[in-house]
Design a protein around this ligand. Sequence first.
Ligand SMILES: O=P(O)(O)OP(=O)(O)OP(=O)(O)OC[C@H]1O[C@@H](n2cnc3c(O)ncnc32)[C@H](O)[C@@H]1O
Ligand SMILES: [Mg+2]
Length: 196
Amino acid sequence: MERLLIATKNEGKIKDFRQLFSKYGIEILSLLDLDFNQDIEETGTTFEENAAIKAETIAKQFQIPVLADDSGLEIDALDGRPGIYSARYAGEKKDDQANLHKVLKELKGIPNKDRTARFVCVLALARPNIQTIFKKGTCEGIIGGSPVGENGFGYDPIFYPLGHSATMAQMTHKEKNEISHRSNAIKQLDDWLSLE
Ligand SMILES: O=P(O)(O)OP(=O)(O)OP(=O)(O)OC[C@H]1O[C@@H](n2cnc3c(O)ncnc32)[C@H](O)[C@@H]1O
Ligand SMILES: [Mg+2]
């Protein structure tokens, strides 16, 4: 396999996947490379359901193997929110800045020890006539008091991975990809990747 289609329009994810799959010699295509303008509605109630909806919709349409990523931030003090609603936490417009400021506001006054959280990434691999498989990766951390750093995307500026004094947005892309939820999920695809 030399090319893999990822059913996403998120440029931050695409950049992560490009780097993470380059060591397997796999080139990444996304929905931004295809003539696919439909919005896939994420009507599931779990990361798995939403990842399956995205992967299976595209695999069916193009009749090729497709990987999809459904991910988000689970904050313990917020009972797991924003969770599967991470992309649209502050509204349907999907505004990264508005989303992270909403989280900071909700966590106002909560001490560091109670600001534990994790990034979750569920990958669904859908192939024509084969049952979809799922792989899950997580990355534990702490939510900071204000956004720091310019790299990455989404909630990276407020997420301090456990044991690090830098947010994911202060890390280089390579550093983030060594510890991220997305890389931890991809590592579990190793079997499938080495078979191809
Ligand atoms: O559905 P697609 O097209 O893949 O793109 P999306 O942005 O809507 O993606 P999700 O539905 O999976 O929502 C995930 C959200 O969680 C956040 N997120 C996921 N991975 C992240 C990461 O590595 N760093 C920072 N935030 C992340 C980010 O805000 C994403 O928009
Ligand atoms: Mg989405």
